[in-house]
Design a protein around this ligand. Structure first.
Ligand code: ADE
Ligand code: ZN
Length: 338
């Protein structure tokens, strides 16, 4: 019997490691929250919101992404946002999620850090109880803001160590190299936070080198442009640094407009630990399963490649060794049954 790729992808136990919770804000919820919180939006209805999602670059998207955040005000809003994502992930057989949040996107407009984290954490706890989904929270620094602002944000995280596992770096990459945050990352590592960073999405491969050398990251988010430097690819393979790749994001942000040209194939051939993720699913037209389906189709991925990608997500996760093994056992049981 021929291999049913779609059934395999849908049924596979999954993990997502690159997901901005603010990027799961669906237009319907944006309109509802705008009403609930009396926020004026430049859109009359859901169709107008969707129509605005045409991006020529990362910055085009970020402008809308930060504008969209303005409807998120109360702990309940952050709870509803996170719980909606987790419900969706449960329906997609996702077993583990590592969620980014952008506190400065909220504190800069007067929302308290604790309001944001309390809402997200409550939803994660509920989803663990109800669905058995495990999670880690990764707090991102906005790289277009100053080092001082990042340090201030790190101070908040230090009060909440039991709920924040790692730190990340996102927002406008060009002109904001990882080295701008070397001192913040050193302090964060000393406080015990696991470091990751977006690098090589729009920025050059040298930013990926900086993320490794200056920030000492354990994973690279995106990393597409690392492939422009063969020595760097070799290093990433040797040091077993995972890459969290986001196909539909790359397509919609014009990082890779044609997915048949996506560097994932080269990453797999170079034996990099690459994973599939959705980044900002509401803005980019698809959640985790959609990303798997889109890239599997564009690159004609076979069963072996899909198994590798699925397994890598657990291997590259921040689960404890014991929980990682449990998740991998479950994954292997699925593949031998299928
Ligand atoms: N913030 C949310 N999504 C992002 C992305 N893809 N790159 C950089 N910053 C982001
Ligand atoms: Zn991202």
């Amino acid at each position: 019997m021929s291999f049913d790729k779609v059934a395999f992808i849908r049924g596979m136990p999954k993990a997502e490691l690159h997901l901005h919770i603010e990027g799961t804000l669906e237009p319907e919820m944006m309109m509802d929250l705008a009403k609930r919180n009396q926020v004026q939006l430049p859109y009359e209805n859901v169709d107008e919101v969707r129509k605005a999602y045409q991006f020529g670059s990362l910055q085009d998207f970020l402008d809308l992404y930060y504008a969209g955040m303005s409807v998120l005000k109360t702990e309940r809003d952050f709870f509803d946002l996170t719980y909606a994502y987790l419900t969706r992930m449960h329906q997609e057989n996702t077993r583990h999620v590592e969620i980014f949040f952008d506190p400065q996107g909220h504190t800069e407009r007067g929302i308290a850090f604790d309001t944001v984290l309390d809402g997200i954490s409550a939803a994660l706890e509920k989803a663990q109880k109800e669905f058995g989904i495990t999670s880690r929270v990764i707090m991102c620094f906005l790289r277009h803001l100053s080092e001082d602002s990042a340090f201030e944000t790190l101070n908040h995280a230090c009060r909440c160590k039991s709920r924040i596992f790692g730190i990340g770096l996102d927002s406008s990459e060009k002109g904001n190299p990882p080295s701008k945050f070397s001192r913040v990352y050193r302090a964060a590592r000393e406080e015990g936070f696991a470091p990751v960073a977006h690098a090589g999405e729009e920025g050059p491969s040298s930013y990926v080198c900086e993320a490794l050398d200056d920030l000492k990251v354990l994973r690279i988010d995106h990393g597409n442009r690392a492939l422009e430097d063969p020595a760097l690819v070799k290093r990433i393979a040797q040091e077993k640094i995972p890459l969290t790749v986001c196909p539909l994001s790359n397509k919609r942000l014009q990082v890779c407009p044609d997915l048949t040209q996506h560097p994932l194939r080269k990453m797999l051939d170079a034996e990099l630990i690459v994973t599939i993720n959705s980044d900002d699913p509401s803005y980019f037209g698809g959640y985790l399963t959609d990303n798997f389906l889109a890239i599997a189709d564009a690159l004609a991925l076979d069963r072996k490649a899909l198994e590798t990608l699925g397994r890598n997500a657990f291997v590259a996760s921040f689960l404890s060794d014991r929980d990682k093994q449990k998740a991998l056992d479950e994954f292997n049981a699925f593949t031998s049954r299928f």
